[in-house]
Design a protein around this ligand. Structure first.
Ligand code: KDG
Ligand code: MG
Length: 402
């Protein structure tokens, strides 16, 4: 089953996506997401200029061998661009395998370990009252797990808070906007938000919160401790995670569960976090961590250490990645939760899919392969538009992690 065609489709139906489409000599096609938010064309070039020539003529059934060939054979390993490109090839090959065997991908991954996949939605508001109202809307839709973000008094912008009623979409056209940040103002305010949310919604609803890499370990320890009475499902990305051992300090001080990993590319970014049980949830996902094959290896290591999965699922991960994540989530034993942000109607039209949401859970559907397609003619009507994620500075002008 030789690969005869491989092409990269860059489109912007509401936001930019990079999609790899592989076609075999039998006419079976497979899709992989290769989107890296704000650096899309770098992955498109990596694929078109360097990977596609290596794929033509290869046996589409050799998924693991192709992964190793692209990883070890490149000499220059790891990094978000390389791993997104390898992840797209891997995902497309699983899609092809499922379609050629007429079975959904999760059946190839060991079958369903659960009936459906628990997801969390994003509630946010400029004020606590707006956030309370947003959480109530998610509860009404059947969600039992909700991420809550809120504007911080004294700061003009806060991570995770959208403009007006729009869902949150941080990338913007033009030059990157600069946001101001104060850890002091943030740390003083966040416990107030969760006091109010627990008072309003009681004890059962799962609450999650994303710090988005902004604190130092000792600040994160203080926040985790302050939030213990509100028993969060998780506190996400409390610090930048290049320094894995930095999590020891946080862990010594708080029982608030920790989730990390949306920017991780390989198991080497998280093996110490997992083996020392410094985190509770690993948030690596299909597109940015080398595809379904590599993500399964991360999950297998995590399973040994009581760490569960919590795949990143923001809107910059295309419906192709969302579908792949749901097949993975349904199958791995140590699944924890899946992030779910709905895409725009244009995006959903460009990527018709069989996955579905109902009452707080999702299912990938039973279509052969991933159950997601791309309407290439429609995609061509939404050309790429340069967009950047924001950058952050502290109040004194020092560059800070966004
Ligand atoms: O591209 C960046 C986004 O994917 C990220 O900011 C979203 O942190 C995020 C999340 O948890 O969804
Ligand atoms: Mg996050």
């Amino acid at each position: 089953m030789k690969i005869t065609d491989a092409r990269v489709i860059v489109c912007s139906p509401g936001r930019n996506f990079v999609t790899l489409k592989l076609v075999t000599e039998d006419g079976v096609s497979g899709l992989g997401d290769a989107t890296v938010n704000g650096r899309e064309l770098a992955v498109a070039s990596y694929l078109t200029d360097h990977v596609v020539p290596l794929l033509i003529g290869r046996d589409a059934r050799r998924i693991e061998d192709t992964w190793q060939y692209l990883y070890k054979g490149a000499y220059w390993r790891r990094g978000p661009i390389t791993m997104a490109a390898i992840g797209a090839v891997d995902t497309a090959l699983w899609d092809i395998r499922g379609k050629s065997l007429d079975t959904p991908v999760y059946q190839l991954l060991g079958g369903a370990s659960r009936d459906a996949v628990l997801v969390y939605g994003h509630a946010n508001g400029a004020t606590i009252e707006e956030t309370v109202a947003a959480v109530a809307r998610y509860v009404k839709l059947g969600y039992t797990a909700v991420r809550a973000q809120c504007g911080i008094p004294g700061l003009a912008q806060a991570y995770g808070v959208g403009r007006g009623d729009r869902y949150y979409e941080p990338a913007e056209q033009g030059m990157p906007p600069e946001h101001l940040w104060s850890s002091e103002r943030y740390l003083g305010f966040v416990p107030t938000l969760f006091t109010r949310l627990r008072a309003e919604f009681g004890d059962e609803l799962h609450f999650l919160h994303d710090v988005h890499h902004r604190l130092t370990p000792i600040e994160a320890a203080r926040l985790g401790k302050a939030l213990e009475p509100y028993h969060l499902f998780w506190l996400e990305d409390p610090v930048p995670a290049e320094l894995q051992e930095g999590f020891r300090l946080i862990r010594q001080h708080t029982t608030t569960p920790l989730a990390v990993g949306e920017v991780f590319n390989t198991v080497y970014d998280c093996h110490r976090l997992i083996e020392e049980q410094l985190i509770d949830y690993i948030r690596a996902t299909v597109v940015h961590a080398g595809g379904i094959s590599h993500l399964r290896k991360i999950a297998a290591l995590a399973e040994l250490y009581h760490v569960r999965t919590g795949c990143h699922g923001a809107t910059d991960l295309s419906p192709v990645c969302m579908a792949a994540a749901l097949h993975f989530d349904l199958s791995v034993h140590n699944f924890g939760i899946q992030e779910y942000m709905t895409h725009t109607a244009e995006t959903d039209r460009v990527f018709p899919h069989s996955y579905r949401f109902e009452a707080g859970v999702m299912h990938p559907g039973d279509a052969p392969g991933l159950g997601v397609d791309i309407d290439e003619a429609l995609a061509a009507r939404y050309p790429y538009e340069r967009a950047y994620l924001p950058t952050t500075r502290k109040l004194d002008g020092t560059v800070h992690s966004w």
